[in-house]
Structure formats: structure tokens, C-alpha cells
Design a protein around this ligand. Structure first.
Ligand SMILES: Cc1cc2nc3c(=O)[nH]c(=O)nc-3n(C[C@H](O)[C@H](O)[C@H](O)COP(=O)(O)OP(=O)(O)OC[C@H]3O[C@@H](n4cnc5c(N)ncnc54)[C@H](O)[C@@H]3O)c2cc1C
Length: 431
């Protein structure tokens, strides 16, 4: 996921950061004061302001409200922003500590030590230290300082972000004259985390029953779900969080995982194509009709269009075919949208949706499907694309598949003249 195109939500983030920095206007002249102690002190405070601002915005951005993510170009892009803000905030907070220490060194070592390690009764400074230690603990696995952690353990450790933010706010509110602004941002961050962790599991999900579990090939099933109460409104290409509640599952009962909807939005049932990629997805292969699941969403913005009226090129690989299955199922027979789909699979035995996609191509003349088999033809080439879709570089391109496929195709398409703005991709991996 790249951040190449600017979204309305980005403006909000930049505006809040600008207000924070502007609000601390009295620190700016200090940067030109000529005294190294004062320059470092002002630099340290501004780094702290920006660092905590980014951390709080990352907290607010974790809210996960259907619809809100579209302001930021969909949830995967919002998560990328969340990670960038978290990482940027962490680096600035390190700079904050470093600058404050060196502003003291400019006077004497004793002053520097007293600034960093005051008597224990100075709880404002010590809560800052506590916030930093907690931040290091919850960020270490995110940035894989000590290797990759299992996703669910990573998620639990990430909960330390809430006390880290609380201690950081105690530190700032007791030392800053601009506390109302911090209070508002702090309340918003805690409301976001509270919604996500405490309220959304009860208020943000809807109940569904498993109607069918269709095995497409070994290791891939399509779940068909019936609504218990309200149906879901969504667009083709969007995804949901699915939480199964079946105690008989070997893993993943009560765990939420994201899956793209493969059904057409007007289908009263929901369909999700799920590939066995780990313990939870492996267990879902054994789900039985009648089981209860919960759905949260929809999220994402996959089929955003920047140049309406131009033809589309869809490239789906492996289980990354699901948004295109949804798109194909939603096509109307008299639709005029010119769409070429390339279905990238290892070999014909792994092209489990191909027959159905071909039947949609017969039903809708403006939709064409071509399979590409890696075992037979190797990686996708420009020659293959040109042969089957001569005007591919003039089309709006949608790409979804494993990271290796997306990393191969993106530079290939860009080298053929597809502009960045016409390239939309999704990788089924948030980390
Ligand atoms: C936007 C999106 C759409 C997706 N659509 C589909 C789909 O249509 N069909 C399909 O089979 N798979 C889809 N996936 C992938 C699916 O979510 C993962 O395969 C699944 O969560 C793996 O869980 P696991 O316990 O089986 O494996 P694990 O071994 O626990 O996880 C494998 C990897 O999956 C990712 N992952 C695990 N749990 C989560 C989670 N809760 N949230 C985000 N990422 C997680 C992590 O990167 C992890 O390293 C999608 C993922 C995303 C982000």
C-alpha cells in the first residue's frame, strides 16, 4: 500500500499538526536565539509537541468506523498512515528526550542529569519516562526489532499504547500551558480506542449464520452467510472483519480477521472466499452450516475511479481474486464498462474461480477473462499483457494478490507507462 494520492483525511491530519505547531508559536523565535541551550530546549519541546501529536492522531486513526476510512483512501491506507504516524511520533519523542538532555549539557552535566532524572516526586517527568518505556515495548514487535510476533500476540501487546498515551498526556498536561488542545486530542484518542476495544465488539458488529461452506479446492472455501437481523450494504471490492463463534473450531474462535466480500452487493447472502494461510483461516475450512459468525464493516475503497469512462484492467492472483469475483458477479449483462481481467494462478488446478468468471464473460460482452499460469509461463510479462490487451497501459488498473505478485507487477506496469494515479492495489496483509 502506497500513499501516492492525497486524500481529504490527509488534509485534516496536516491541519491538526499545523495548529499544534502554530499554537506553540512562542517557541519558534527561540530557534533563532543563538544560544545553543535555548535552541536545543525549543527544538526538544517542538519535537515533543509534534511527536505526541502524531501519536494521538495514530490513536484516533485506529477507530475503525465504516465509511470514515474512505476519507483516507480505505482502511489499508489508513493503517499505513497509522504506522507512519506512530513511527514518526516515536522518532520525534526520542529527539525530544535527546534535545532536552543536550540543552542541559550546554549548561553543565549536572543540569542535564537533573533535567532528565529529577527527584522521584517530580512525577511529570517520570510519567514521561514511563510513557517512553511502554512505547518502546509496544512498538518493538511492530517494527520487528526482535523478529516477527504472532499477529494476535502483537495485537495484545499493542494495547500498551493506551497507558503509554495516558502517561504521555499526564507528562504534557502538567508541563504545558496549552493543555486544552491536548485534552481535546487526548479525549478523542481515548474515545477512539474505547470504541474499538470495548464498544465496537457489541455495537459495531452484526450477526450472521453460516448457510453453506463450499470447498473450491483443497485449502480454499467459500463461506455463504445468511443475515440474522440486518443485511449489509457494501460495494464490490470492499472487505469486512469476520469473527466466528464456534467453540469446535481448532483456532480463531472469537478472533476477528479481514476478508474481502466475493458476493455481489445485491446478493442477500454474503460470500467470502477464504484460503488456508494460517491457524485461523485453516480452522475456517472446517466451519459447518448453522455456526454463528459476526461481521464488522464494510471497509475499503478498492474500485475507486479517477478517470471515469476509461477501460479497466483487473489483475488478480491467488486468493487476491476475491474482489474481482465480487466485481464480476455485480456486472450487468448490458453493462458497457470495458473490463479485461487477468487471473494469475499457479496452474489450472489453482484457478478455482475461472469457470464462474468465464460464465460472467459470456453473460456480459464487455467483460473478458484470460488466465495466466505461473508454472507454464513464468512471471507475467508485458508481451503477455500486450498480446491479450493491447491498450492495457491506457486503462485504470486494479491489482490484488500476494506481495510477490504485486511487487512484480507494479514496476512492470509503471515501466509500460501506466501512471501512478491509474494504479490501484491491495495486498492481503496489514503488517
Ligand atoms: C484487506 C484484506 C482483505 C483480505 N481478504 C482476504 C480474502 O478475501 N480471503 C482470504 O483468504 N484472505 C484475505 N485476507 C487475508 C486474511 O485476513 C489473513 O490470511 C488472515 O487474517 C490470516 O490469519 P491466520 O490466523 O489464518 O494466519 P496468521 O498466521 O495468524 O496470519 C498470517 C498473516 O495474516 C495477517 N493477519 C493475521 N490476522 C490478521 C488480522 N486480524 N488483521 C489483519 N491482518 C491479519 C498478518 O500479516 C499475519 O502475519 C485479507 C487481508 C486483508 C488485510
Amino acid at each position: 500500500m502506497t500513499l501516492s494520492r492525497f486524500k481529504p483525511g490527509d488534509v485534516l491530519i496536516v491541519a491538526i499538526l499545523a495548529v499544534l505547531l502554530g499554537w506553540h508559536w512562542s517557541l519558534w523565535p527561540e530557534l533563532a536565539s543563538g544560544s545553543s541551550a535555548r535552541v536545543l530546549d525549543a527544538l526538544g519541546r517542538l519535537a515533543g509537541v509534534l511527536g505526541l501529536g502524531l501519536m494521538l492522531l495514530a490513536g484516533i486513526g485506529s477507530v475503525r468506523l465504516p465509511g470514515l476510512d474512505r476519507w483516507f483512501g480505505g482502511l489499508p491506507r489508513l493503517w499505513t498512515l497509522h504506522r507512519l504516524m506512530g513511527f514518526g511520533g516515536f522518532i520525534l519523542i526520542l529527539l525530544h528526550v535527546w534535545s532536552m538532555a543536550f540543552s542541559g549539557v550546554a549548561q553543565s552535566l549536572a543540569v542535564a542529569l537533573a533535567t532528565l532524572f529529577p527527584p522521584i516526586s517530580d512525577w511529570a517527568i517520570w510519567s514521561g519516562w514511563l510513557a517512553l518505556v511502554l512505547t518502546v515495548l509496544f512498538l518493538a514487535p511492530t517494527f520487528q526489532f526482535f523478529g516477527r510476533l504472532h499477529y494476535q500476540r502483537w495485537k495484545r501487546l499493542h494495547l500498551l499504547s493506551a497507558p503509554a498515551l495516558a502517561f504521555a498526556l499526564v507528562h504534557t498536561l502538567s508541563l504545558s500551558r496549552w493543555w486544552p488542545l491536548w485534552l481535546v486530542l487526548g479525549l478523542l484518542a481515548f474515545a477512539a480506542i474505547g470504541w474499538r476495544k470495548l464498544l465496537s465488539p457489541h455495537l459495531g458488529r452484526s450477526d450472521w449464520t453460516v448457510a453453506e461452506v463450499q470447498t473450491l479446492v483443497p485449502g480454499v472455501v467459500e463461506l455463504v452467510l445468511d443475515p440474522v437481523d440486518r443485511p449489509l450494504r457494501y460495494e464490490a471490492g470492499q472487505f469486512v472483519y469476520l469473527t466466528p463463534w464456534d467453540e469446535r473450531l481448532a483456532a480463531g474462535c472469537g478472533e476477528e480477521h479481514p476478508y474481502t466480500l466475493s458476493s455481489a452487493p445485491d446478493d442477500p447472502q454474503l460470500r467470502l472466499g477464504i484460503k488456508d494461510l494460517g491457524d485461523a483461516t485453516h480452522a475456517l475450512q472446517t466451519l459447518t452450516p448453522g455456526s454463528r459468525v459476526q461481521i464488522e464493516g464494510p471497509y475499503g475503497d478498492f474500485y475507486e475511479r479517477h478517470r471515469p469512462g476509461t477501460g479497466q484492467l483487473w489483475l488478480g492472483g491467488g486468493i487476491g481474486i476475491t474482489p474481482f469475483v465480487s466485481g464480476a458477479r455485480a456486472l450487468r449483462a448490458d453493462g458497457r464498462e470495458d473490463i479485461q481481467l487477468f487471473y494469475l494462478a499457479l496452474d489450472s488446478s489453482r484457478a478455482y474461480y475461472l469457470d464462474e468468471l468465464k460464465s460472467h464473460a459470456e453473460r456480459c460482452p464487455a467483460f473478458r477473462v484470460e488466465a495466466h499460469y505461473f508454472r507454464q509461463e513464468g512471471p507475467m510479462t508485458l508481451a503477455f499483457l500486450k498480446q491479450h490487451c493491447p491498450d492495457f497501459a491506457q486503462r485504470e488498473v486494479y491489482l490484488c494478490g500476494p506481495p510477490g505478485m504485486v511487487n512484480h507487477l507494479k514496476p512492470l506496469l509503471l515501466s509500460a507507462g501506466v501512471p501512478h494515479s491509474a494504479l490501484h492495489s491491495e495486498v492481503f496483509d496489514f503488517l
